[in-house]
Design a protein around this ligand. Structure first.
Ligand code: SF4
Ligand code: MG
Length: 331
């Protein structure tokens, strides 16, 4: 059986006055039913653009310049706007960092939920209200009957994000794409929301694409991880492979930068430098100006993704060439 979602050689460009800029460069990944994938990297890596590309929401001057996005056997990039609307918010839902990107401040929660349902399904208002109540209960909103009449400003940030999750669940989607869903919230609330998302994905057998800069969060929620840098996937594999045995220096840096137990006077590690701007991606390996392991070849030749033997893991780094035997298999 094929994958629920297959992203093949995805490329997104931005048409600018001085020429086209490549924001996403030959990105590949798959997601099976009920599977949870984390897309990780610093801001500007291309994570959100990847999420938007899947649901065909790249806005001008951006456009998908190459690749395939196959969802449940259908090529999404070929669909009309109307057909795509039918998939977006229905079979594939998206949750953003700021709940107010989804919620309309001047409509009650009940109106927003029932109208969203009624645009996607041929059901009565009464049925829509029942479904809305059921979903609010799923995200642990207490007194949901009363809550349906309230407006977004009457809820705390954490509750608003719960409501957004309830809205995302309305149509029983096959996949939820969550883009930094907890970044705007207090730390304690962040953990609660992530736990809720994880619980719902498991109980509803929903696929999840979790987009975040926080490798700590994805390692607790997802089964596999793709690490992005300057528009490309530089490492991917199962969550335990990536966390316990990272092969790319950038992934190693992200792990080293995770808050752990610090000795007195010790400072949290930070990868030196910053993610390059799309207009000035360094030649060779885009990470080379920041890489403490770089070799002579690194600013001249771009490393391709290599499969690591007996693992699901792939990484794009010249260091692996040293260990590389025939067929790009690292022993
Ligand atoms: Fe570092 Fe070179 Fe590997 Fe890039 S290819 S991550 S610069 S060692
Ligand atoms: Mg982003």
């Amino acid at each position: 059986m094929g994958h629920l979602l297959e992203v093949k050689d995805l490329e997104v460009k931005f048409a600018l006055r001085f020429g086209d800029l490549t924001a996403i460069n030959r990105v590949n990944f798959t997601l099976d039913k009920g599977e949870r994938l984390g897309i990780v990297g610093e801001s500007g890596a291309g994570k959100s653009v990847t999420g938007f590309a899947i649901i065909n929401l790249i806005s001008k001057p951006g456009y998908i310049s190459n690749g395939n996005i196959v969802f449940d056997g259908t090529e999404l990039s070929q669909l009309s706007n109307e057909e795509m609307r039918n998939i977006r918010g229905n079979r594939i839902s998206m949750i953003f960092q700021d709940p107010m990107m989804t919620l309309n401040p001047v409509l009650s929660i009940g109106t927003q939920m029932t109208e969203s349902l009624m645009t996607h399904m041929d059901i009565s208002r009464k049925q829509a209200e029942e479904t809305a109540l059921e979903k609010l209960k799923k995200v642990y909103i207490s007194s949901p009957e009363k809550r349906l009449k309230q407006y977004p400003h009457e809820f705390s940030g954490g509750m608003r994000q719960r409501i957004v999750i309830a809205i995302a669940l309305l149509t029983n989607p096959a996949i939820i794409i969550a883009d930094e869903p907890t970044t705007a919230l207090d730390v304690t609330i962040q953990a609660e929301i992530m736990e809720l998302l994880l619980e719902l994905c498991k109980s509803e057998n929903m696929g999840l694409i979790l987009i975040t800069h926080d490798l700590g969060v994805v390692s607790q929620v997802t089964q596999k991880i793709a690490v992005m840098y300057a528009g490309k996937i530089v490492e991917s594999g199962s969550t335990s492979e990536i966390v316990n045995n990272p092969r790319h220096p950038y992934t190693k840096g992200l792990i080293k930068a995770l808050p752990g137990v610090l000795k007195p006077g010790e400072r949290l590690y930070q990868i030196p430098g910053t993610m390059p701007n799309l207009t000035s991606i360094p030649p060779g390996c885009a990470f080379h100006p920041r890489c403490e392991f770089r070799l002579d070849i690194c600013d001249k030749k771009e490393p391709g993704l290599m499969n690591i033997k007996d693992k699901h893991q792939q990484a794009a780094c010249h260091l692996l060439n040293k260990e590389c035997s025939k067929n790009n298999i690292i022993v």
